[in-house]
Write a protein that binds this ligand. Structure first.
Ligand code: ATP
Ligand code: MG
Ligand code: MG
Ligand code: MG
Length: 469
């Protein structure tokens, strides 16, 4: 059985043997890309290489890229703790061809890696292709010998990738592993509610076209390849477990959380330990890459993730701040592959300690208010927006924390009411401000605050470049 560190190096070594340059992970805060909240795919650091703006001295590369999907278009925050396969922070391993090889070689490299190097049983594998992509389907048949019923044609955008409204785009092909049985666990109402039997482990993107304008798409003279394989998902397959949170790395983190709280990861408590372990990684890597908690932008996403984990620590009955005590376990597991964790250990520890100490002052009172406000509520009920806003404004509860706290009981939050309460408070603040005599400056100040405030609590519904394989 191989641990995540071995799997990562097997992947990189394999592609290096096949002529790829091993490139270190880029940072979680994308360089020169203000449109993207966090790096959310392996191709992000190579965007300009794919569009041809930037040249490198290699045409094949391979990476294990740090990714965060906790905001914007790809937000997996709500899945964590409930599905077997989603994290907020994860590593996406990939191989890239910049105008060098294309579909046939990409498929052959992928198939050989999974079946020979990793030794997966071909019987357990199946693939999807974009419905019109006969070429890819043909390669899967010829190279992998897959029967037609295991080459599934998908007509939706899931199997067609685009960098943005214009720029490179093309069909993709995803490799799934059949775990044989479904395990329950998706959030109620989500596509994962019935559990995942087939887990997507790898996505191969064939950058075949360029979208020149809304209605014009041309064939690229030298098409490119971009792939993404989730390290934690393939580790689960290789370690014979169905749930990502059962792999060596997560077991170590969950064990640390069990020891620090004295509460076993069983029954209802299991999800809390998973959330804590997942969020510990996300917040530590974000701080190591220079993000600090704040009330806006990236810093607010960080704070939301932290506070959510802190509520789960509270649920487990932790009497003192917990998260900072788990940092050594994370550094032990991942510090060798990511030295920035070792360098940042002091800052990560202090930041977590300070934030949790502060938040605990209002957390317990906020939770009491929440339980009083929802007393006697049945499944399907809705918490009024006023209360959700009071929790946000007075007790520092990010909206998603309140939603998470109520989800197990099937209670939703009245979002319209929440927004209305927020607006009302802003209007009152404006009225109270009147009379200082600096009307012009004030108007500007409120415009800025309105803008910032709106993006803060709505979870960054801003337009963001696709940037995802
Ligand atoms: P899913 O449909 O399961 O949410 P996806 O299609 O959104 O996955 P891609 O954007 O294709 O994922 O990313 C490439 C690979 O990265 C996936 O095949 C998967 O192995 C991995 N991956 C994506 N999202 C996550 C996540 N939140 N946690 C862990 N691994 C992930
Ligand atoms: Mg997804
Ligand atoms: Mg998918
Ligand atoms: Mg995919």
């Amino acid at each position: 059985m191989s641990g995540v560190n071995d799997i990562r190096s097997t992947f990189l070594d394999y592609f290096q043997k096949n002529g790829h340059e091993i490139v270190a992970s880029g940072p979680l805060v994308p360089r020169n890309d203000p449109t993207l909240m966090f790096t959310n795919a392996g191709m992000v650091p190579f965007k300009n290489v794919f569009t041809g703006i930037e040249k490198r001295d290699y045409v094949r590369a391979t990476t294990a890229q740090k990714c965060v999907r906790a905001g914007g278009k790809h937000n997996d925050l709500d899945n964590v703790g409930y599905t077997a396969r989603h994290h907020t922070f994860f590593e996406m391993m990939g191989n890239f061809s910049f105008g060098d090889y294309f579909k046939d070689v990409a498929i052959e490299l992928a198939w050989n890696l999974v079946t020979k190097e990793f030794g997966l049983d071909p019987e357990r594998l199946l693939v999807t292709v974009y419905h019109t992509d006969d070429e890819a389907a043909g390669h899967w048949k010829k190279i992998a010998g897959l029967p037609d019923h295991k080459i599934i044609r998908i007509p939706t955008s899931d199997n067609f990738w685009a960098m943005g409204d214009t720029g490179p785009c093309g069909p993709c092909s995803e490799i799934f592993y059949d775990h044989g049985e479904a395990i329950p666990g998706g959030p109620p109402g989500s596509p994962d509610e019935d559990g995942d039997r087939f887990i997507e482990i790898w996505n191969l993107v064939f950058m075949q076209f360029e979208q020149v304008s809304a209605d014009r798409r041309i064939e690229l003279p030298r098409p490119s390849i971009d792939t993404g394989m989730g390290l934690e998902r393939v580790a689960a397959v290789l370690q014979g477990v169905h749930d990502n949170y059962e792999i060596d790395l997560f077991r170590a983190l969950i064990r640390a959380s069990e020891e620090a709280t004295g509460v076993k990861a069983e029954g209802a408590n299991h999800a809390s330990h998973k959330v804590i372990a997942d969020h510990l990684r996300a917040v530590s890597f974000l701080i190591a890459d220079g993000v600090l908690p704040s009330n806006e932008g990236r810093g607010y996403v960080l704070r939301r993730i932290m506070r959510r984990a802190m509520r789960h620590a509270q649920l487990l009955g932790a009497a003192d701040p917990l998260m900072w005590r788990l940092v050594p376990a994370l550094v032990r597991e991942m510090g060798q592959a990511y030295p920035e964790l070792v360098r940042g250990q002091g800052l990560i520890t202090e930041t977590l300690k300070l934030e949790e100490t502060r938040f605990r002052k209002t957390l317990a009172r906020g939770l009491n208010l929440l339980s009083d406000a929802t007393e006697g509520m049945e499944e399907g009920a809705r918490l009024d927006g006023e209360t959700a806003f009071k929790l946000y404004d007075t007790y520092g509860f990010p909206l998603d924390l309140t939603q998470d706290a109520l989800r197990q009981r099937g209670i939703a939050v009245d979002l319209e009411g929440f927004k209305a309460a927020m607006e009302r408070q802003k209007a009152e603040a404006r009225a109270n401000w009147a009379g200082s005599g600096e009307a012009a400056t004030e108007a500007v100040w409120f415009q800025v605050k309105d803008k910032v405030g709106a993006s803060d609590f709505l979870g960054y519904e801003t337009e963001e470049a696709e940037g995802v394989v």
